[in-house]
Ligand binder design. Structure first.
Ligand SMILES: C[S@@+](CC[C@H](N)C(=O)[O-])C[C@H]1O[C@@H](n2cnc3c(N)ncnc32)[C@H](O)[C@@H]1O
Length: 225
């Protein structure tokens, strides 16, 4: 078996954990404290996260969308494939090293999406960005943990609670959409989304675009007005 090679590591800003980029053969992995967050073999559901968010708003002129969590860049690339040429795509990434890795070591995986002129990178916590946003985005895509429970940093819990969801709603333009990725269903999160006033669909999607791999959950939540 080909051994895994560590290509880079970086502390999270709150100092509680470490992200690692590693490689085995042609496969790349991003892990948090040794637990896998993302790999290059399976990104079907990360692509769908972008499609569910961006397809319904794709015809809007000068659409503005937010990708929370760069990872290996697949969600970003899938969003860019859907939105118009005049769209603006903001990527918020907590760990600056992830942005560096995407510019050097692993950008080829998703076709170097950071080089697209529609992309602006914000090297900061997506929670901070959302707290200050008011009707700024037509779509928001969130894939920063493995489920609606913090993993990368404790502060991410805010996103999935009543306050965070109210801010996300405020950050969206009328009929804007937020999609949230998870490795598994979570009934209480579904209820919180409903209570926050979203119209929601809960989708079960394959980890791989060929339909194989495990099943993941994506919430598609629309601001009604
Ligand atoms: C699972 S990966 C994202 C995978 C991505 N969807 C893709 O297609 O490759 C999670 C990413 O979210 C980032 N992250 C975690 N918490 C964050 C936060 N609060 N704000 C911004 N980025 C965050 C991590 O550093 C990591 O790069």
């Amino acid at each position: 078996m080909i051994p895994r090679k560590l290509l880079g590591n970086a502390q999270t800003p709150d100092g509680t954990g470490e992200l690692q980029l590693s490689r085995r053969g042609d496969d790349f992995f991003i892990s948090y404290n040794g637990r896998e967050l993302m790999n290059s073999r399976m990104h079907g559901s990360e692509d769908m996260l972008a499609e569910f968010a961006c397809k319904p708003i794709a015809a809007r002129p000068r659409a503005r969308v937010l990708v929370g969590g760069l990872g290996l860049g697949y969600t970003l690339a899938a969003a860019l494939a859907v939105v118009r040429k005049d769209a603006a795509v903001v990527v918020a990434e907590l760990v600056p090293a992830v942005v560096r890795w995407n510019r050097s070591l692993c950008g080829h995986l998703a076709g170097h999406p950071l080089d697209d002129p529609r992309v602006t990178v914000e090297e900061r916590d997506v929670c901070v960005l959302l707290k200050h946003a008011r009707s700024d985005f037509d779509a928001v895509m969130l894939d920063v943990d493995n489920s609606p429970d913090s993993m990368t940093q404790a502060g991410n819990d805010w996103l999935y609670g009543t306050k965070g969801l109210a801010h996300i709603c405020r950050a969206l333009r009328p009929k804007g959409i937020v999609t949230v990725w998870s490795a598994a269903p979570d009934r209480s999160f579904t209820q919180r989304l409903r209570r926050a006033g979203f119209e929601i669909e809960e989708k079960t999607v394959s980890a791989r675009s060929c339909g194989r791999g495990g099943l993941h959950t994506i919430w598609v939540a629309r601001r009604p007005d």
